[in-house]
Design a protein around this ligand. Sequence first.
Ligand code: DX5
Ligand code: ZN
Length: 225
Amino acid sequence: MHPGEVRVAPSILSADFGELAAALAAVAPATDWVHVDVMDGHFVPNLTLGPPVVASLRRHSSAFFDCHLMMTDPGEYLEAFREAGADLATVHVEIGATAALITEMHRLGLRAGLALNPDTPLELALPFIDDLDLLLLMTVFPGFAGQSFISSVVPKIQAAERVIALRGARCCIEVDGGIAEETAALTAAAGARVFVAGSAVFNRDDPAAATRAIAAAASAAVRRQ
Ligand code: DX5
Ligand code: ZN
């Protein structure tokens, strides 16, 4: 992504799991990213999908698959996700072993993301900023779609943006949870460039139009800077 560019990553967690290929097709005209939420029932109290589903989705889509691994032990599965067609994997800093996981992601040819829960301090991510492609600052506690945006994360986005700029790092900031037009604009102004949206895309009549509206709100906020 070029500086100033934004991406909306529709989260298929809010799509009809019986119609996932149709969900991918519905947003394809509006964005080239898709956010895949992987939950293991341990790191978060919910279960979703794994590499076989990603492999099936890959046959229906050429989008950039942004796989958010809400897992206690993602290292066991990184290779399987890569083989299934994941482009980027994001692991949570709260589980530890971050340096080794980032090294392994790069070795496999995956783009590397690191996620922080809303109450996890930015300091925990700082040693890894130069090695990351994406820093995911959660704006809800992970586990479920349809939760309300936590606005106290906004100063952390601003602080992360300052550190990344200061270091000249390539990593871009993604936000996830409660993102719709207004919160996309707010977080874009703080420095976010990738916007995950589940219910604000798939619970709408026209997912492509909803995706475009979120992207437009974020772009406008970036241009106002
Ligand atoms: C939450 C997931 C999110 C979720 C977002 O644990 O990581 O990606 O799908 O859903 P909304 O946009 O509805 O908050
Ligand atoms: Zn997510």
